[in-house]
Design a protein. Structure first.
Length: 116
């Protein structure tokens, strides 16, 4: 091996080592970026105590209990005739979730005061 080839081999090895280090730095930096993004998301959230969270949960549960799920006007039914000529419900969907959402929202809003 000539001196030039030896120098080129050393340079190539050094550059490969630099590439490996840079990739490790890149992975570490990406980890830090992801961690900082998560911390930023968390910092923008409103803090609630466990008691407050329980109150919200209870209000949502009560609103769900107050909703009349047995009222068939809240649903859209698709019927079909099965192989034995019986009429069956093929699918059933709640037509409008805004009623449920409104009940939940109004109960949760009662727990807070609006600020400007």
């Amino acid at each position: 091996m000539t001196e030039l080839e030896s120098t080129m081999h050393i340079n190539a090895s050094a550059q490969e080592a630099k590439i490996i280090l840079l990739k490790e730095d890149q992975a570490n930096n990406q980890f830090l970026i992801d961690k900082l993004r998560k911390e930023l998301e968390e910092s923008n959230k409103v803090g609630l105590t466990a008691s407050q969270m329980d109150e919200i949960h209870d209000e949502i549960a009560e609103a769900m209990e107050d909703f009349d799920f047995s009222d068939t006007d809240n649903y859209n039914f698709e019927f079909e005739i099965d192989w034995s000529n019986h009429i069956t419900v093929n699918s059933m969907q709640i037509d409008d979730l805004s009623n449920v959402t409104s009940k939940i929202w109004s109960r949760v809003c009662k727990l807070f005061k609006e600020i400007e």
